[in-house]
Design a binder for this molecule. Structure first.
Ligand code: APR
Ligand code: PHB
Length: 394
């Protein structure tokens, strides 16, 4: 069967769904193709920190209501090392900007509901998506849906299919430049049924490794500990995880971690990756399809949203004013913010983790950086403005 749309979108993650919502507000039709089922994408546990700009955009397009009700606004974070906590007052240092903790799968639920409400097609469980005629002005997407071979003719294709998707590989290798860094550690992430141990997120540097205390709801907590990325989660019993958290988070004033049953645990690898350019003829990459950051700076979802905001604006200018300049500038525009977030995430990661091959000199460097960050208003402001997110115009 043949279909037609203006913008064919591969992937119903935050990037693809937000793009379809923004385009629809401008009267531009799109179709989203997703290879998993709705239940699967609505329940996958991911990060949960929204920058001020992401929150503002969601509010502007009428998707702020549940986030405001169920999410929690944080005006600071704690950096903890040598058994002492140091608050970085995010809002005080950034003219009142803040972050909102609202899990990515809740964002996804809100986006899907809103898009289906607009009557916009999202095809779930599609198989074997392939980009065709990529070098022409009428590219198309071929895929299988409900056992039928389909072809979707498009004016533009948005590759929003995450790091393991197919769209990045559709760009000829000769014009792709990939930049990457892998880290010699991963994060063991858990969900624990317990009340919050602290009002704000705690990022901890400890000789046994990094630990992070985040939250999900008044009775569900999200925590992470640095671990060997090759380790098998089966090697980590629940009491071992709790003990490790307690050791790494211990303070001189006897701070207590509130504990409860662990209901989910897994190990994630950490990497940094960017592809340049993020565009080839009429294929535009956005979100994790084009770049990956380690989770330490909580930037992944926010970068995906910033990309598609630029892409939606560029497509709107194309359809409404016949302008191609913003489309031509898409990659350059996005990459400026992408590299800023890459640096910030790498910097936070480098400052807060134990690198096994670090010598004593390197460890003194880390400690000095931590000390400076929590003691100097200028250094703390730099962390804060990156953490709450630079303005959209950056
Ligand atoms: N065909 C169709 N859909 C695909 C394909 C494919 N070949 N490959 C992947 N997908 C889908 C995935 O199932 C997923 O739902 O594309 C979607 C990509 O979503 P994300 O991986 O969430 O990527 P993105 O929208 O860029 O959002 C980035 O998500 O991975 C987190 O931490 C990351 O917060 C960041 C954010
Ligand atoms: C999370 O809540 O999952 C989270 C919070 C902060 C991070 C990463 C993940 O830096």
């Amino acid at each position: 069967m043949n279909m037609r749309t203006r913008v064919g979108i591969i992937g119903a993650g935050p990037a693809g769904l937000m793009l379809s919502l923004l385009l629809s507000m401008e009267g531009i039709d799109s179709i989203v193709l997703e290879n998993r089922d709705r239940e699967g994408i609505e329940s996958t546990i991911r990060a949960g920190v929204l920058e001020q700009g992401t929150v503002d955009l969601m509010t502007e397009i009428g998707l702020g209501e549940r986030m405001k009700r169920e999410g929690s606004v944080h005006h600071g974070i704690e950096l903890r090392f040598d058994g002492e906590g140091h608050r970085i007052p995010l809002s005080e240092l950034t003219n009142g900007r803040a972050i909102t903790v609202y899990p990515q799968h809740e964002v996804i639920k809100d986006f899907i509901a809103a898009r289906l409400n607009q009557g916009g097609p999202i095809l779930f469980n599609v198989e074997d998506v392939q980009v065709s005629n990529i070098s022409s002005s009428q590219p198309s997407l071929r895929f299988v849906h409900e056992h039928e071979q389909m072809e979707l003719q498009c004016d533009f294709i948005a590759g929003c299919d995450g790091f393991h998707g197919i769209s990045r590989a559709s760009i000829p290798e000769a014009i792709q430049h990939g930049f990457s860094r892998s880290y010699p550690f991963g994060w063991l992430g858990i969900l624990m049924q317990a009340p919050p141990s602290a009002e704000e997120l705690i990022y901890t540097y400890h000789e046994r490794g990094f630990a992070l205390v985040s939250t999900r709801s008044p009775d569900l907590q999200r925590m992470y500990i640095q671990c060997d990325p090759q380790d098998d989660i089966a090697n980590w019993s629940d009491p071992m995880i709790v003990e490790e958290l307690q050791l790494r988070l211990a303070t001189t004033n006897n701070w207590q971690l509130l504990v409860g049953p662990i209901i989910q645990k897994s190990i994630l690898a950490m990497r940094s990756f960017v592809i340049e350019p993020m565009q080839y003829v009429r294929l535009f990459l956005a979100g994790d399809a084009a770049h990956i950051v380690p989770p330490t700076g909580a930037k992944g979802l926010n970068l995906a949203v910033a990309d598609v905001r630029h892409l939606a604006r560029a497509l709107t200018m194309f359809y409404k004013q016949n302008r191609t300049d913003l489309l031509e500038a898409y990659s350059t525009t996005c990459l400026r913010r992408v590299w800023r977030a890459e640096h910030f995430s790498w910097w936070m990661t480098s400052m807060l983790h134990r690198f096994l091959d670090d010598d004593a000199f390197q460890q003194r460097m880390q400690r000095s950086q931590l000390d400076y960050t929590v003691s100097s208003r200028a250094a703390a402001t730099s962390l804060a403005e990156n953490y709450v997110g630079l303005p959209f115009t950056w």
